[in-house]
Write a protein that binds this ligand. Structure first.
Ligand SMILES: NC(=O)C1=CN([C@@H]2O[C@H](COP(=O)(O)OP(=O)(O)OC[C@H]3O[C@@H](n4cnc5c(N)ncnc54)[C@H](OP(=O)(O)O)[C@@H]3O)[C@@H](O)[C@H]2O)C=CC1
Ligand SMILES: CC(C)(CO)C(=O)C(=O)O
Length: 306
């Protein structure tokens, strides 16, 4: 297959390096470079073993003909960058090319559907993790489940893409209602991301009893909104999932912590902000999440890239 990846950041390069083992991968970036050279540090094959040898990759970039011929376009930018990134490739997109959008948070789908009403559209959410310390290096830092599913009827015809993604970087599974795993990931991000950004701590520090009551309140509020949205859950279930992620990613700095500490725009409007918007639509109040949203927005006032 010919795959164009829009956004050569940590997640785009991670998927690009793995997909390129069986497919032709081309990147679309927001500079005008015609190639990308990247060294990828893979995860150790077993925990507590020495890291595997790094691999280098050379990718073609920013060729409109590649977008025109793509069998799949994968968009791996931050939620607030999705629309602008799609507008950049839209002039070259063939009508039948499936577009897969992979980001944390929710709330881009209405604008994406309005921009590309007849395109096969799919969303993905991943628990894989990667860090890009500079433009030429990528570290694969965590393994996790990826879910893929359709946003519209045209996208539903592309369920075999889940096998393509699974072969590249397992596990990836198809979901008939992609909003279900998107909400599950949103719940985890609502709990971990704002608190780690505000307290400038690693994910694992949220296991301290000081955070217990706040985490429970966040989960109560998220569960109420998920139930109203038609995704049955309860606060105890969500809290168990959140505690598991706190433990398994204990050494990580969350993406929101990193964005705040590097004075970058965060995805708060698509994480807690989306929760608040959906709560309002159901006449629910989410005071703990609303306060966290406000605190992160205050921290965001110091961004350099806004
Ligand atoms: N990193 C991780 O471990 C994980 C990330 N995610 C999610 O995946 C998404 C991507 O994250 P991540 O890769 O870390 O973020 P990065 O900031 O590393 O990557 C985003 C990339 O998109 C590029 N970009 C922005 N706008 C455009 C545009 N208009 N056209 C082309 N490229 C553009 C940026 O360019 P430039 O380099 O010029 O800024 C950047 O390289 C986020 O929603 C994140 O929350 C999910 C799971 C794990
Ligand atoms: C799951 C979690 C919290 C892992 O760090 C994440 O997705 C993020 O940092 O954005």
């Amino acid at each position: 297959m010919k795959i164009t990846i829009v956004g050569a950041g940590a997640i785009g390069l991670l998927w690009g390096s793995h997909l390129s083992q069986h497919h032709s991968v081309h990147f679309w970036t927001r500079d005008n470079t015609s190639s990308l050279n990247i060294t990828v540090q893979p995860l150790p094959s077993q925990p507590d073993t020495p890291p595997s040898a790094p691999c280098t990759f050379d990718f073609v970039a920013n060729q409109s003909a590649w977008v025109e011929q793509a069998d799949c376009v994968l968009v791996t930018v931050k939620a607030f960058q999705v629309l602008e990134a799609l507008q950049a490739v839209q002039p070259y997109l063939a009508a039948h090319t499936p577009v897969v959008i992979m980001h944390n948070g929710m709330g881009t789908h209405e604008a994406v559907s309005a921009l590309l009403p007849h395109q096969p559209l799919l969303y993905a959410t991943t628990a894989q993790a990667a860090l890009r310390p500079d433009r030429h290096q990528l570290h694969h830092t965590g393994l996790g489940q990826t879910w893929l599913g359709a946003l519209n009827a045209e996208g539903a015809a592309y369920s075999p893409l889940a096998s393509v993604f699974d072969r590249a970087l397992a596990p990836c599974q198809w979901h008939d209602d992609i909003f279900q795993p998107l909400w599950q990931k949103l719940a985890i991000n609502c709990a971990i991301n704002p608190l780690t950004a505000i307290h400038q701590c690693r994910n694992g520090e949220l296991a301290h009893p000081d955070f217990d009551a706040t985490l429970s309140q966040i989960c109560e509020e998220v569960a109420a909104v998920m139930n109203a949205e038609g995704y049955p859950t309860n606060a105890t279930q969500l809290r168990t999932q959140v505690d598991t992620v706190i433990q398994t990613t204990a050494q990580n700095f969350s993406s929101m912590h990193q964005d705040v500490s590097h004075h970058r725009t965060t995805e708060i409007d698509y994480i807690t902000g989306y929760l608040i918007a959906r709560a309002q639509a159901h006449q629910l109040t989410v005071p703990t999440n609303a306060q966290l949203w406000q605190q992160v927005k205050q921290l965001e006032q110091h961004t350099h890239d806004a």
